[in-house]
Design a protein. Structure first.
Length: 137
């Protein structure tokens, strides 16, 4: 409730989460939510990331952790695509072509990392030209 309303306890906002660990999924999400709680007036970009965490990232995390079988992968990719439909048009126009090329990138961790990256330009993937006449020595 504190995250939805933007009002949280002071001790939660100033708490030190420790060093970043790549083995724990929720570290980046936790830090982002704590930053959001500590801000007096969060930026629209931060609000957009928080909405993504609450509507897509966290529910997908629990779905993936709850799934027992590898065969549930397609269902999880579909759920990830469904949960990303709320994204603004500019982000959806970036995310959907990438997912079409490789469903692995539908993983919410990849989407969140792309959202928090500070890169002003986004490159378009160009497949390399193949030389079919090349010989192997």
């Amino acid at each position: 409730m504190a995250i939805k309303s933007g009002n949280g306890k002071e001790d939660l906002a100033v708490r030190n989460p420790g060093s970043l660990s790549h083995s724990r999924w929720l570290t980046t999400a936790n830090r982002t939510l704590r930053l959001y709680l500590s801000e007096e007036s969060p930026t629209p970009e931060l609000q957009e990331i928080v909405v993504f965490i609450l509507k897509s990232y966290a529910p997908m995390w629990f779905s993936i952790k709850a799934s027992k079988y590898f065969t549930e992968g397609p269902k999880l990719v579909y759920q990830s695509i469904q949960s990303s439909r709320y994204l603004p048009d500019d982000l959806r126009n970036i995310v959907y072509p990438v997912i079409e090329r490789n469903g692995f990138f539908a993983h919410p961790e990849h989407l969140m990392l792309a959202m928090i990256q500070d890169n002003p330009t986004i490159g378009t993937f160009m497949p390399p030209k193949l030389n079919f006449k090349a010989t192997r020595k």
